[in-house]
Every structure is written in C-alpha cells, then in structure tokens.
Write a protein that binds this ligand. Structure first.
Ligand code: UDP
Length: 338
C-alpha cells in the first residue's frame, strides 16, 4: 500500500512509519514539526519506500500519485502542548481532518482517524465502552483537544455516510514509549525524566486519579490491524448500504467503521505510576504534589471488547517491561541532551 501519514514525525506517527515501511509498504510522511521532530524519522530518510513532506495539513492538500490510505495523526497530543497551542489544536482537528478526508476521497483511499479517549472527557462510567457519549466541558482549557477530536470523528462519519468513504476511527488511550520528548509533559515521560535526574516527581492533585497505559508497540499493532481490516465492500456498495438518509436509527456500534478503543485495560492511580517509576529506575526522588489541572479526568480505562472481537487484538507488553525500555530510552536521550 502507499500510505500518507500526517503527523508522521511525531511520537506515534514515526512508530507507524517504521512499522509500515518494515512491512513493505510505501510511506509518505507529512509533518510541520510543531510537536513532531526530525530525529524521529532521520533513520528513514533516504529509504526507497519513505518520503517526507514538510507541510501543515490545514493548508490545501495535494499529494502526487496514488494513495491507498491516509492516516491522520497530526495534532498536539500532550495536555501541556494543547494548552499552549489551543488554536492550532482546534485547527488541525477540524480543518486538518477535513483536508485529509478530502484528499482520501479524491484518491479513493481508506482513511484512518487518530481519535482519543479524551472524547469521553471526565467519564461518568468506568471502563469506557465506545458506546459511551462522554462528559466533556467544551469551554474548559482541555476542551480544545476534546472538541477538535469529537468534531473530527463527526466529520469522518459524515464522509463515510455521505460519500461512502472507507473510514476507520481509533480512540487511542494513554500510550508511552521511546520517542516521547523529554519535555513532553505527560505523566510517564515526566516521572521517568524526573526520577533519572533525581528531581521530585510532580504528582498533580492527590494522585488518586487513574489512567491505563499502553506500550507503543502494542498500540501500533492495534492501529495497523484496524487499518488493514477488510471491509469487504466496494465504494458503491458502501455508499448504498450506509447512505446518509437510509441509515437505520439505533444501530449498534461494532463495525470497523465505528470508533474502536485501543489501549491497555490495566488501570493504575497516578501515585501507583510514580511508585513504579521510582522502583524501576532505583531513584530516591521525593514526591511533590502540585495542583490538579482543570477538568483532569478522574478515571480512565478502555473497554476493549470490540478490538478483541473485530481485530483479534489485545495488548501483550507488560507495563513493567514497556517502562524498562522507555527508561532506557530516556537515559540515552538525557545523556545526549547534555
Ligand atoms: N500528571 C501528574 N504529573 C505530571 C503529569 C501528569 O500527576 O507530571 C497526571 C495528570 O494530572 C493526569 C495523569 O497524570 O491525571 C495523566 O496525565 P497526562 O498528561 O499524561 O495525560 P492525560 O491522560 O491527562 O491526557
């Protein structure tokens, strides 16, 4: 397949580039380096099946040649980033998604949207199934990311229903691994960097809020399984079957065109993560409590029944093993940054 990956130089995008190039696919990687980094794709430059375009996906989008799939991964994804870049975050989720969908339609390419567990907001049910509509405050500082991604999902489903585009939506839960930035701001990278530097681990609030962490290799497997899952129908059939006006109401979620949660259901409190990072790094850093960010979700855990049934996927990497690899990565990254 010839695949365009927007945000291809980011944390997740670059791992996807690696995996798909390794599987024999041809990758066009697009990034404007707002939160992506040249280092993440440096080793792919010059590879015969890899090309790079520095571009903002919100601008008019043109890619030469055929495309079999468009994977839209461009967006700031760390709360620190999207709080600093609220308008860019809204634009890439809204305008960028529209442009990427338009390109997929023009090329009759399959489209995969990187959505997020943030569409569930501060959830009132735990774990979160895909059928849960969420509890999002649209005007909170976090709302810029949550609402952009909710709009992106709505736009993607509209292209599927109205234009018959073959679309997929993955709701990505907390993910960690090599290539997160030292100053990324998310909890796993913060705690590891702080522990390795002997600085206090900054626990926001009392640390009783929960998250569920997936190692990046597992996540990539799940996303690629969703991309490759065969819809088994032509564009004409899809248009007819899922036509905007004919769709029955009350239809159940569960097809590959509906959102699919990909994440690791092992749920920990933030204090648990802090203790685990201290243990695995052997650090004696103290814990320092800082104010809880506004509307920080109290709980988060994916319900992954659909991913298991539809994709035969479930995470395999133990949290501790993933953390050891990530600690090793940050040890090197910190040495090189000195
Ligand atoms: N968090 C923390 N200390 C940090 C960074 C984050 O206690 O240095 C908390 C944050 O308040 C949230 C959880 O860890 O409850 C996960 O935050 P992250 O920014 O990684 O992602 P989120 O799941 O909130 O999008």
């Amino acid at each position: 397949m010839r695949v365009l990956i927007t945000g291809g130089a980011g944390f997740l995008g670059s791992h996807l580039c690696d995996y798909l190039v390794g599987q024999g696919h041809q990758i066009v990687c697009m990034d404007n380096f707002v939160t992506g980094r040249p280092e993440n794709i440096a080793h792919l430059m010059g590879h015969e099946r890899f090309s790079f375009v520095k571009y903002n996906v919100c601008d008019y989008l043109h890619v030469d040649g055929r495309l079999d799939a468009v994977m839209h991964f461009a967006s700031p994804a760390s709360p620190r980033d999207y709080l600093e870049l609220p308008i860019a975050t809204l634009k890439v989720g809204a305008l960028g998604t529209h442009k990427a969908l338009g390109l997929a339609k023009a090329k009759d390419a399959r489209f995969l949207l990187a959505s997020t567990s943030e569409v569930y907001g501060d959830p009132l049910v735990n774990p979160q199934p895909e059928s849960y509509w969420g509890n999002v405050n649209p005007i909170s500082p976090r709302g810029v990311y949550d609402e952009a991604k909710r709009f992106a999902e709505a736009m993607t489903m509209a292209y599927h229903r109205y234009h018959g585009l073959d679309t997929r939506i993955v709701r990505i839960f907390n993910t960690f691994g090599p290539r997160m930035r030292i100053n990324d701001g998310r909890v796993v990278s913060n705690f590891i960097v702080q522990a390795l530097q002997g600085k206090p681990l900054t626990v926001y609030g009392d640390g009783s809020q929960t998250r569920s962490f997936c190692y990046v290799d597992d996540l990539v497997q799940g996303i690629v399984a969703l991309l490759m899952a065969d819809s088994g129908t032509s564009v004409a059939e899809r248009t007819e079957r899922s036509g905007f006006h004919q769709e029955p109401t009350g239809r159940k979620l569960g097809s590959m065109h509906d959102p699919v949660n990909i994440g690791n259901p092992r749920e920990l409190t933030v204090m648990d993560i802090a203790r685990l990072v201290l243990k695995l790094t052997g650090s004696s850093s103290p814990i320092q409590h800082e104010p809880l960010p506004v509307d920080d979700p109290r709980v988060r855990r994916p319900e992954i029944t659909h991913a298991k049934a539809l994709l035969n996927w479930e995470p395999k990497v133990e949290l501790e093993d993933g953390l050891r690899k990530t600690i090793e990565y940050f040890r090197n990254a910190l040495q090189q940054s000195q």
